[in-house]
Design a protein around this ligand. Structure first.
Ligand SMILES: NC(=O)c1ccc[n+]([C@@H]2O[C@H](COP(=O)([O-])OP(=O)(O)OC[C@H]3O[C@@H](n4cnc5c(N)ncnc54)[C@H](O)[C@@H]3O)[C@@H](O)[C@H]2O)c1
Length: 351
């Protein structure tokens, strides 16, 4: 069955999804069509509809009436409205991260998603280098994890390719680098190390957007005494792309990466140091995006295809990661913001 898709929110990430879907459909890698587009700015919906031969829908309701699955790519504060309306109609939903701007909204979004086939846009879980890392950290031969050091930096994303202002508006974004960008990192740390028992954080807003942290440092303590630290920064080095570096120290191996998509993964053990190449699935080579879009398509094509394949197979599929997994990361982000406010370590809210 061809999955009929509605794309809601036609901005930066909406374009990445739109183009990735176009590529997957054109190359016969998924059985889907983008049928409708919708944005509160109708000119954006028009522009996104054209390459798909889709309809720019006159309203959200009109879009929802016409599709099987909805891609939610609005700014964060609007996710709740769109996800709720889609889930009430029983439609499948791909919801971008963060789920919402605060924990209460995230809980509502997650609860709506739980009732329908869905997947959340925490796409690093599909990145080859993180998959390889997770597999090796889980391997008993690596020994127990001891500590992780995660550094994430990006230029302040209200400029350049992120040419919109909502990321400096706490009402729509919920916060700054910690929730907006590093929700990915918190999810990865949970994936690798499990649920921490204690979260201690400090944040700062150096660029003076109220409620928008651009410097954040968080320490997570795990039940067995392992510790992870996350430093997340929004700077003004516009020539520098979004970059992540992660080191994981285990009893019998140090594992690290400097590239958050293709890697490679570096591993040092008592037997010496090795570099492990990690590549996207071979079918990604069949796609032919222009060089400027190649990395984004390589990043989004695997999670998109995984979700559409699951939908095509039927049986109420839930993609990876699901809403419960995303919500667990949000609980940790919420604990970090609470810790930053009080100056005390916080025990995260149990699930
Ligand atoms: N997975 C990732 O790595 C990743 C990367 C970038 C952005 N995102 C997330 O995607 C979302 C969008 O980010 P962006 O950079 O594309 O923002 P953007 O400003 O470029 O685009 C957002 C679009 O949503 C539209 N919109 C707002 N409210 C709407 C509503 N109620 N109905 C329809 N359209 C509405 C706006 O008009 C705008 O066109 C955010 O939640 C962001 O955190 C995720």
């Amino acid at each position: 069955m061809t999955v009929r898709i509605g794309l809601v929110g036609c901005g930066h990430i909406g374009f990445v999804h739109s183009y990735t879907l176009l590529q997957l459909i054109r190359h016969g890698l998924v059985d889907a069509e983008v049928r409708d587009t919708y944005d509160v700015d109708p000119s954006r919906a028009d522009a996104f509809a054209a390459p798909h031969g889709a309809r720019p829908a006159p309203s959200l309701a009109a879009l929802l009436d016409d599709v099987d699955a909805v891609w939610v790519c609005t700014w964060t504060a609007a996710h709740l409205e769109v996800v709720t309306a889609a889930a009430e109609r029983g439609l499948a939903v791909f919801c971008e991260k963060p789920l919402g701007p605060n924990l209460a909204d995230c809980e509502r979004v997650a609860s709506s998603l739980a009732g329908v086939p869905h997947q959340v846009g925490l796409v690093l879980r599909h990145a080859p280098v993180f998959r390889e890392l997770a597999e090796r950290v889980a391997d008993p031969a690596t020994g127990r994890p001891l500590a992780a050091v995660f550094r994430d930096d990006q230029y302040f994303p209200n400029q350049g390719m992120y040419a919109s202002d909502w990321r400096s508006d706490a009402r729509r974004a919920g916060g700054g680098t910690l929730i907006e960008h590093s929700i990915h990192d918190v999810d990865i740390l949970r994936w690798l190390l499990g649920d921490p028992i204690l979260v201690q954080a400090s944040v700062a807003s150096r660029f003076a957007h109220p409620g928008i942290d651009d410097v954040a440092a968080v320490t997570f303590t795990f039940p067995d005494g392992a510790v992870a630290t996350l430093t997340s920064v929004w700077h003004q080095i516009l020539t520098r792309g979004s970059t992540r570096r992660l080191e994981v120290f285990c009893e019998d191996a140090l594992l690290w990466l400097d590239d958050d998509l293709v890697g490679p993964l570096h591993v040092e053990t008592s037997a010496g140091a090795t570099t492990i190449p990690t590549e996207p699935p071979p079918w990604v080579q069949r796609l032919d995006p222009p060089p400027v879009l190649a990395r984004a398509v390589a990043e989004y094509a695997p999670p998109t295809k995984a979700f559409l394949d699951a939908l095509a197979a039927g049986s109420d599929p839930v993609g990876e990661p699901d809403a419960a997994t995303a919500l667990a990361a949000h609980r940790l982000v919420d604990a970090a913001y609470r810790s930053a406010t009080t100056g005390e370590a916080v025990m995260p809210t149990p699930r």
